[in-house]
Design a protein. Sequence first.
Length: 232
Amino acid sequence: MSAVVVYNELVAITAGAGLLGFAAFLTDLVRNKRIASEAWAAFFGITGGLLLVTGLHTTLTWPFGDGGFEYANIAFGQPAAGFGALLLLAAVYLWRHRALFDGEVGTANATALAALKPAGIFVGALGLGMAVLAIAFVRFQLGAAPAVEPISGRFGDWPILEALFLGGLWGIVALGALLFAIALWTDRPQLLRWAVWAWVIGGVVFLLFGAMNFYTHIGMYYNISHDTMHKW
């Protein structure tokens, strides 16, 4: 097995941070708390920019090029690019409307929620795509780590385990996206609470998963380079 240059560790932790950040931002909007628009614009600009660049590069160049991992270019790259574009949209909106958020809180937050409605169409579309990806992970038992990868590789003989984990993770994020779109387009704001919870759970898991991959992927490349088989 040869090493390939990928960066799904950064994608995972950035996606996790983006989900948690947007969940916190949306909670403040719904609860009519004052929004620090410049600070949130900076946060969404950083996370959105990283996800858009890495997601597009993965989508267009397919760095997961062989060994049966080609599906990862679709499952990781395309959702990252779409999510990154949405976060950048939020960054631009918040930066351009700084004066609005310096004014009356109720008016500013209600205006921002209304402005999210058109973007909700694309959020829902991404959610539908993520839901189908979740089904694909389980149906085709995708995601099993190679034996040379520490920790995750120990479960490579049971591909259904990682397939269920990844399918569940993609699925919970998809659920949040679909609930978000439905809430905005059916005027049922109470559903936003459940979208927030779905994204908080998904964001935490993505963060932990990405952080773990910094260790397991370095260990994998070490095993490849030194012809060793460290399992932990």
